[in-house]
Design a protein around this ligand. Structure first.
Ligand SMILES: NC(=O)c1ccc[n+]([C@@H]2O[C@H](COP(=O)([O-])OP(=O)(O)OC[C@H]3O[C@@H](n4cnc5c(N)ncnc54)[C@H](O)[C@@H]3O)[C@@H](O)[C@H]2O)c1
Ligand SMILES: O=C(O)CC[C@@H](O)C(=O)O
Length: 528
């Protein structure tokens, strides 16, 4: 099998060796796409690898009919429409660790350049201007650095600033007093950070919650003469408000690596002498570029070959160890979902999935998504996959609940899927039998032992002598061979079931004839 891979932004050639080494990867490296050209050609590709330049919009994703994975060689995924990717079942992976160090070092370089006005002085000297008074700076020692967003990069910046003898105060929604104490930093609200810092650096992702986090009101709260650094994303700081704050002398200087619109040429802020800037170079080191390209290439190869990805963005990340435990249940969970959906012809309101036994000790959301995939594929078709199954369930309004119990119920592991409809609940349970593979072991309250594969006919009937024989005779007349048969009953002479696996597809008219047989209540054919 050959996969077409498009690399649409400059990626390290050394970093893409996992793709070059893998079999069946047809790699196209072409940068500088216009949105229209990319939209017109994207359907040719199975995988798309980008940095921050390519804007992977909903319009492009809508045309990406063969795209399975988008790899972002870097951290920020604000150039990818994640909702659209999820809806279309396209997994997005990134490389969250590979450029942390480079981005932190770049931030420090910007901080020091800002404090000592190095770019301005250098620029003047290049123009043969020797002016030692104009470029007097300030020391970092004993100044307070305010860090907003203390994740991977923010934390590295904080540690380096401490090396410069700076005091650090930070705000991050996940920052606890214990963690702050351990890091030797102060912590407080955003407002505390804004009020106390001499230098403020932002390290949050750009999201709707962080858009213009630093706005006119935020500048008002800051100390006079504060200096600002943004090596995270354009848009976290309101550029108009920053411009006004510099012009009004509230802000002494700003160091910007990122802008609301990139490339930022002829930018108003760049006309100000107090602003120093780089063209989004935070991750631009040989080491970081190689590292992020290796990480995404590896994930793309793994995913296209049916393996597990390390850094999914639109799926919860599950460790390799847990994945090894739960992966054998993927097929069973999908089949249970598909079987149950086949049994139910009413609108589903709620799905409850019960994990019993050892499985209950693990993160099981991938199994839940596979169950939903099996259920929803029946009506929504093949484009439902583990990436978008939960998205579709939410959109349809199906409530999905996971329940876990370490009680084994006679099996090492048991998965029970239950759906609630207007008229009640239906359930099916399955397990993996050691050495024998997947089995359906219970349907509603009937104990069975059926391999969840092929053509299954589920028959509800009255527990009467002759019912089973009549079904066998009719199928024989239609030349339909029964491979296996399981029977079960609630009470003697009460409701009973037959569960047959047959060797070929059964036609609707044959199902109707089965339904007409004496003592037969209902017949459902389910292809798994
Ligand atoms: N300039 C560059 O080239 C470059 C390079 C790498 C990363 N980045 C940017 O830096 C960002 C951070 O990268 P990271 O690896 O540290 O990510 P990260 O996920 O490790 O850290 C982000 C932190 O921001 C915090 N956060 C979220 N919302 C917040 C809010 N409203 N206020 C305060 N904190 C908030 C999160 O809790 C998290 O701890 C990326 O999203 C990316 O946009 C830029
Ligand atoms: O691709 C780049 O060079 C920028 C990457 C950086 O902004 C990131 O978010 O990782």
């Amino acid at each position: 099998m050959t996969f077409n891979i498009l690399i649409s932004d400059p990626l390290s050639e050394d970093g893409i060796y996992p793709l070059r080494q893998a079999e069946g990867m047809n790699i196209v490296i072409e940068t500088g796409w216009s949105p229209e050209d990319l939209a017109n050609r994207i359907s040719e590709f199975d995988a798309l690898l980008v940095r921050s330049q390519t804007q992977v919009t909903a319009e492009i994703i809508a045309k990406a009919t063969n795209l399975k994975i988008i790899g972002r060689a870097g951290v920020g995924v604000d150039n990818i429409d994640l909702t659209a990717a999820t809806e279309h079942g396209i997994i997005v992976v990134n490389a969250p660790d590979g450029n942390t160090n480079s981005a932190a070092e770049h931030t420090m370089a910007m901080l020091m350049s800002l404090a000592r006005k190095i770019p301005q002085a250098f620029h003047a000297l290049k123009n043969n201007e020797w002016d030692r008074k104009k470029y007097v700076g300030v020391e970092l020692k004993n100044k307070t650095l305010g860090v907003i967003g203390l994740g991977r990069i923010g934390a590295e910046v904080a540690a380096r600033a401490q090396g410069q003898r700076m005091n650090v105060i930070a705000y991050d929604p996940f920052l606890t007093a214990e963690k702050a104490l351990k890091m030797g930093i102060d912590f407080g609200s955003v407002e505390d950070v804004l009020r106390k810092a001499d230098f403020i650096t932002v390290h949050t992702p750009l999201m709707k919650e962080t858009k213009h986090l630093i706005n006119a009101e935020a500048f008002r709260l800051m100390k006079d003469g504060v200096q600002i650094i943004n090596c995270a994303r354009g848009g976290i700081i309101d550029e108009e408000a920053l411009y006004d704050a510099i012009v009004s002398k509230k802000v002494d200087g700003a160091a910007l690596d990122v802008f609301e619109q990139e490339p930022a040429v002829n930018h108003k802020l760049l006309t100000l002498a107090e602003v120093i800037a780089t063209p989004h170079l935070g991750a631009s080191t040989i080491e970081a570029q190689e590292s992020v390209a290796i990480d995404v290439s590896q994930d793309v190869v793994n995913f296209l070959n049916g393996g597990v990805v390390r850094n999914p963005v639109n799926l919860p990340s599950v460790s390799k160890e847990v994945m090894l435990k739960i992966e054998p249940y993927f097929n069973l969970s999908e089949k249970l979902g598909a079987f149950l959906m086949g049994l139910t012809d009413e609108v589903i309101r709620e799905v409850n999935i019960y994990y019993s036994g050892d499985l209950a000790g693990f993160e099981v959301s991938p199994l839940t998504r596979n169950t939903l995939k099996g259920m929803l594929k029946r009506h929504l078709g093949e484009h439902v996959n583990e990436v978008n199954a939960k998205f579709f369930a939410d959109r349809i309004g199906i409530q999905v609940n996971e329940h876990k119990s370490t009680a084994s119920k006679g099996f090492t592991n048991l998965l029970t899927v239950e759906v609630t409809t207007e008229s009640g609940t239906r359930r099916v349970a399955g397990t993996l039998l050691n050495g024998l593979g997947a089995r359906i072991v219970k349907v509603d309250n009937y104990i069975v032992d059926v391999v969840p594969e092929g053509h299954i006919v589920f028959i509800k009937h009255k527990d009467q002598p002759g019912a089973i024989g009549r079904v066998g005779t009719l199928l024989a007349k239609e030349n339909i061979n029964i491979a296996t048969m399981q029977v079960g009953r609630s009470t003697l002479g009460g409701d009973a079931i037959m569960m047959l696996t047959i060797d070929k597809h059964i036609e609707p008219n044959e199902i109707e004839r089965l339904k007409e047989l004496e003592d037969i209540y209902d017949v459902t054919a389910i292809g798994l």
